[in-house]
Design a protein around this ligand. Structure first.
Ligand code: AMP
Length: 445
């Protein structure tokens, strides 16, 4: 998860980074941070919480300079201390640097242990800190060569932005697991995890950063210098289309809403059901439910309403209410649902908690039949490339057969989109090997 942004040669770069992070808040709500550079030094603000709660107008004024990088952190099971918020800032023999990172380095333990043996002291549990150490300890003279040196030692998923005092470096791992796009803004440039950031700040999308590519932004240079530091391959995260990204973003050069709508259409072709109404689980199931309705000709209704104000800071409910936690967020429109046969669409089932509570809620509201249709295949494997999927034992599709899970969640029927259907929704089935679907098929690198 997580979002990264980099702004180069743009007035009030800190503010531009702030708005970009705001538009990508869905990618991480635990912590946020921005480092700006005025050419002489880096200024960093980071804290836990939402973007709007961390940065006030006064704080943004202290983020001086026309270069800035930023990060939204997604909550994981790990340490949620402020130390684990990004950017990761360091002073070292060449000066100052700040790094923001989306993805996971898969060889982090190995590299960390080697570094610790050589005397490195770590402040955080973040894999990103490995790279800081590799850069600081590298024998190369220039920051550029040190970054290349460091990246060649790290494996796994990374979309990275690194700021020195005068230059900005942008890198994407050779498989392109996580998205990263480039846009033009006035005389400068912006890179961001999702193109929805460009739409908000008025930047013009140019292209995606290539897998294995490193971009160097330097004052006085009209265009960034591109270097292919590792051979370009492709193993892009398919889950970006299913759940993470905002529907108005183009991810890996394809619009997310369109992909989700097609997933719904494929779902209707593969798994038709006789029903009165197609109802999405908001917001994650809306686009696919529209697709399902279009294809099946069964009317679409927003039969469940979402309360958008349930945040992380919500006071922990009592045990009695906790059992109905989903009700705090979702509420059925009883009048529409009563005595109806429903096809309910959601994007995924992870631990099974949401689906079970939704089915109960709809039955309590008087639904005659509830048929769950999921616009992705069963999630049966954890992710090592930056998605917060729980361990295999916690994934309900690992613990139960489809029939068992159907009766566990209390539905009349339960069915998932096939991997073939998912690939057809995004492009062609022949694209099979260019997307990482390890959460569904277990094929890690
Ligand atoms: P669960 O209740 O554990 O089965 O979670 C399923 C719900 O979580 C679905 O409604 C998804 O939209 C959402 N979801 C799927 N993947 C993730 C993720 N990695 N982080 C947070 N929510 C997710």
């Amino acid at each position: 998860m997580c979002a990264v942004v980099g702004v180069f040669n743009v007035e009030n770069a800190g503010k531009i980074a702030y708005f970009s992070l705001f538009s990508m808040q869905h990618r991480g709500q635990e912590a946020s941070g921005i480092s700006s550079s005025d050419g002489n030094r880096l200024h960093t603000i980071k804290d836990r919480g939402l973007v709007t709660s961390i940065f006030s107008e006064d704080k943004l004024k202290t983020l001086k300079g026309n270069m800035a990088i930023g990060h939204n952190r997604y909550s994981t099971a790990g340490d949620d201390s402020i130390l684990d918020a990004q950017p990761v800032f360091a002073r070292y023999d060449l000066g100052e640097m700040s790094i923001v990172h989306n993805g996971n380095f898969t060889n982090r333990e190995e590299v960390r242990n080697q570094l610790i043996k050589r005397g490195a002291i770590f402040q955080t549990f973040m894999d990103t800190e490995n790279l800081i150490h590799l850069i600081a300890k590298s024998d190369e003279d220039k920051l550029l060569d040190r970054i290349i040196d460091g990246l060649k030692k790290m494996e796994g998923a990374y979309s990275l932005v690194i700021s020195g005092k005068k230059k900005m470096f942008v890198a994407r791992d050779p498989y392109g697991f996580r998205p990263l796009s480039l846009a033009k803004l006035n005389d400068g440039y912006v890179v961001a995890s999702e193109t929805c950031a460009f739409d908000l700040i008025g930047a013009e999308y140019i292209r995606d950063i290539k897998p294995g590519e490193l971009l160097i932004f330097e004052k006085g240079e009209k265009e960034p210098t591109s270097m292919q530091i590792l051979p370009e391959k492709s193993y892009k995260c398919i889950f970006e289309y299913i759940y993470f990204a905002r529907p108005d973003s183009d991810i890996f050069e394809k619009n997310v809403y369109e992909a989700r709508e097609k997933m719904g259409m494929e779902l209707a072709k593969e798994l038709p059901v006789d029903a009165d109404m197609v109802v999405p689980v908001p917001d994650s199931g809306v686009a696919s439910a529209l697709g399902y309705s279009k294809e099946s000709k069964i009317p679409f209704e927003l039969g469940i309403v979402r309360n958008h104000y349930v945040g992380r800071t919500f006071i922990e409910p009592t045990q009695e209410i906790r059992n109905l936690k989903v009700k705090l967020k979702l509420s059925p429109i009883k009048k529409f649902i009563r005595d109806k046969k429903l096809v309910v669409i959601d994007d995924s089932i992870v631990r099974g908690t949401t689906s079970k509570q939704i089915v109960k809620m709809l039955r309590d509201a008087g639904a005659k039949e509830v048929h769950m249709r999921i616009s992705s295949p069963p999630t049966v494997n954890p992710c090592f490339y930056g998605v917060d999927t729980p361990d295999s034992e916690e994934l309900i599709s690992n613990k139960m057969s489809n029939d068992e899970l159907c009766s566990y969640i209390g539905a009349d029927s339960l069915a998932y989109l096939s991997i073939g259907g998912l690939l057809r929704s995004i492009g062609k089935e022949s694209d099979n090997n260019s997307y990482c679907k390890a959460c569904f098929d277990g094929k890690y690198l």
